[in-house]
Ligand binder design. Structure first.
Ligand code: G6P
Length: 460
C-alpha cells in the first residue's frame, strides 16, 4: 500500500523562498538536505508540502513549483511574534537545547502557538484523504498530529523532531508539557535524532501523559505509537561528486593561498546561534595562540556564520559578542599581514562552502547541544581525498555516528584547545584512517535512507 499512498509533508517553512526579480517576484527551491530528500518522494507519490512562505502577511493560493504541490499557510506579524519568535524560538528552542539560555514561559505566546498549529492542521485536513501519509516536521508544529487526527482519523501521521528532546527533568519545567505530549502522541510514529531523544520522550510521555510501554512502542488512549530514532543525514553522493569538480579544488587552493597563507586552516561553519558554541570555540583558538610559541605562524581560523533569526534579541546579542571576540583576538595576535581569525557573516553559496570544507585541515564543530549537525556530515562527504580532521562536540547527535572524530566537551575551553592541537599534529595516515571510516558510515546512511526508513515506518 505504501507505494501508492500520497505523502503530505507539513513543516513550518515551505521548501521554497520568494525572490525578487526584474520581471516581478518568483520562487526558488531552498537549499538543504530535507528538501532534496523529500522533493523526489513528493513527486513520485503525487504529494504536497504544507508550510509558511517565509514572510508576514496573507498566503498566496496553492501553487506548483518544479512539479511539487505547495500549500502555503499565512502568518501575520503578530503570529510571528507569538508563535515563531516567542514560543518556538524563545521557549522551546532553548528548553530543548539543554536550557543553554533561560527559556521564557509566557501565556501570551502559548495562545498563538496553539492557534497557528490549529491553522496548519485545518489547512492540511482540507488536502488529505484516508490512506494518505502525513509527515509533520519539527518543534514548531508539535500539536499538529493530534489536531489533524481529530479532523482526519483515517490518515497515517508521522512526526519527526529535528532538534533534541530534552531530559525529563528539564522538560518538566514547561507549563504546557501535557498538551505538547498529547499533541505528539496523536501521531502513529514519533521519530527523534538519537536514541537518548527517544528515551527522554518515552519517560516524559509516561510521567506526564499517562502513556504506557517503552522505547519502540507506546500505548496511549487505546492507540499504539511507534517511538524510535531515525538519525537524519545528507545527500552523500551529490556532495561527494560536486566536491570532485576541478573548480572546487581550484577555489580551495585559492582559499589556502590567500586566507591561510601557508598556515594550517581550522574551519567553523554554523548558523549564528547561541547553541553552536562559536564563542567558546574562538576562546579555545585564542588559548592555542596564547599557549604555543609562534602559533600565529601555525594556524588560522575561518569562521563562517550564517545569519539567522536576526529579529530576536538573543541572536543579536550573540552576534555582538562574537564580533567583539574576533576583534579582540585579531587585535592581540595579528602581525606581519597574518590575521588569525577570518570571520564571514553571510550566506555562502554551496559550491563556495564545499571549497572551504576542502581547504580545511580541520573542521571544528562544537555545539553546546545539537539535534544532529549536518555540517559535520557535509564535511565528511566532501573529503573524497580522505584528508582533514574533524573536531566534534560530544553533544551533537552526529557524535553517535562519527565515532572517529576527535570528540570534545564543548564547554571545556582547554579541552577544545587540546583537541585543536591534536587535530593539527595528527599523523596523516591516522587522519585518513579516521576519515575513511566516517565516510563509509555517512555513505551508507544518507538522507535517502533516512527518509525512506521513516516513510516505511509510517506506512507499516
Ligand atoms: C533548525 C530547525 C529548523 C529550522 C532551522 C532554521 O535547523 O530545526 O526547523 O527551520 O533551524 O531556522 P528558522 O527559524 O530560520 O526556520
Amino acid at each position: 500500500m505504501s507505494a501508492r499512498s500520497r505523502l503530505i509533508v507539513v513543516a513550518n517553512r515551505l521548501p521554497v523562498h520568494r525572490v525578487k526579480r526584474a520581471s516581478g517576484s518568483g520562487w526558488e527551491t531552498s537549499p538543504g538536505g530535507l528538501v532534496s530528500a523529500l522533493a523526489p518522494m513528493l513527486r513520485e507519490r503525487e504529494g504536497a508540502w504544507v508550510g509558511w512562505p517565509g514572510y508576514a502577511g496573507e498566503a498566496p493560493r496553492p501553487f506548483e513549483h518544479e512539479r511539487m504541490s505547495l500549500i502555503p499557510v499565512g502568518l501575520s506579524r503578530s503570529d510571528l511574534d507569538g508563535f515563531y519568535l516567542g514560543f518556538s524560538n524563545a521557549t522551546l528552542w532553548p528548553l530543548y537545547h539543554d536550557a543553554v539560555r533561560y527559556p521564557e514561559y509566557h501565556r501570551r505566546w502559548w495562545a498563538p502557538y496553539v492557534d497557528v498549529n490549529n491553522r496548519f492542521a485545518k489547512i492540511t485536513a482540507r488536502h488529505v484523504a484516508d490512506g494518505d501519509l502525513v509527515w509533520v516536521q519539527d518543534y514548531q508544529l508539535q500539536l499538529v498530529p493530534l489536531m489533524l487526527r481529530q479532523r482526519k482519523p483515517g490518515v497515517r501521521i508521522g512526526f519527526f523532531l529535528h532538534i533534541p528532546f530534552p531530559p525529563v527533568e528539564l522538560f518538566a519545567q514547561l507549563p504546557w508539557r501535557q498538551q505538547l505530549l498529547e499533541g505528539l502522541l496523536g501521531a502513529d510514529v514519533v521519530g527523534f535524532q538519537t536514541k537518548v531523544g527517544a528515551q527522554n520522550f518515552v519517560r516524559a510521555a509516561r510521567r506526564f501523559a499517562g502513556a504506557r510501554g517503552h522505547e519502540g512502542l507506546l500505548e496511549h488512549r487505546g492507540r499504539r505509537i511507534q517511538v524510535r530514532h531515525f538519525p537524519i543525514s545528507i545527500d552523500y553522493a551529490a556532495i561527494d561528486s560536486a566536491a570532485r569538480r576541478p573548480e572546487v579544488a581550484q577555489a580551495a587552493a585559492e582559499i589556502r593561498k590567500h586566507t591561510a597563507g601557508g598556515r594550517k586552516l581550522l574551519l567553523g561553519v554554523d548558523r549564528l546561534d547561541y547553541t553552536k558554541g562559536i564563542d567558546l570555540r574562538l576562546r579555545a583558538f585564542e588559548t592555542l595562540l596564547e599557549r604555543y610559541e609562534n602559533s600565529n605562524d601555525v594556524a588560522c581560523f575561518v569562521q563562517i556564520a550564517v545569519p539567522s533569526r536576526e529579529h530576536s534579541p538573543e541572536y543579536a546579542d550573540m552576534r555582538t559578542r562574537i564580533e567583539q571576540l574576533v576583534g579582540h583576538i585579531n587585535g592581540t595576535y595579528s602581525e606581519r599581514g597574518l590575521t588569525p581569525v577570518h570571520y564571514l557573516y553571510r550566506n555562502i553559496p554551496f559550491d563556495e562552502l564545499l571549497a572551504y570544507y576542502l581547504a580545511a585541515d580541520a573542521m571544528v564543530v562544537t555545539p553546546l547541544r545539537d539535534g544532529m549537525n549536518l555540517v559535520a556530515k557535509e564535511y565528511v562527504a566532501t573529503r573524497f581525498d580522505n584528508a582533514g580532521a574533524l573536531v566534534l562536540s560530544e553533544f551533537a547527535g552526529a557524535a553517535q555516528e562519527l565515532k572517529q572524530a576527535i570528540q570534545v566537551n564543548p564547554h571545556d575551553v582547554d579541552g577544545i584547545a587540546a583537541a585543536l592541537d591534536q587535530a593539527l599534529t595528527m599523523p596523516q595516515d591516522e587522519i585518513e584512517r579516521r576519515m575513511r571510516s566516517m565516510r563509509s558510515r555517512v555513505r551508507r546512511h544518507d538522507v535517502y535512507a533516512w527518509a525512506s526508513s521513516f516513510v516505511e515506518a509510517m506506512a507499516s
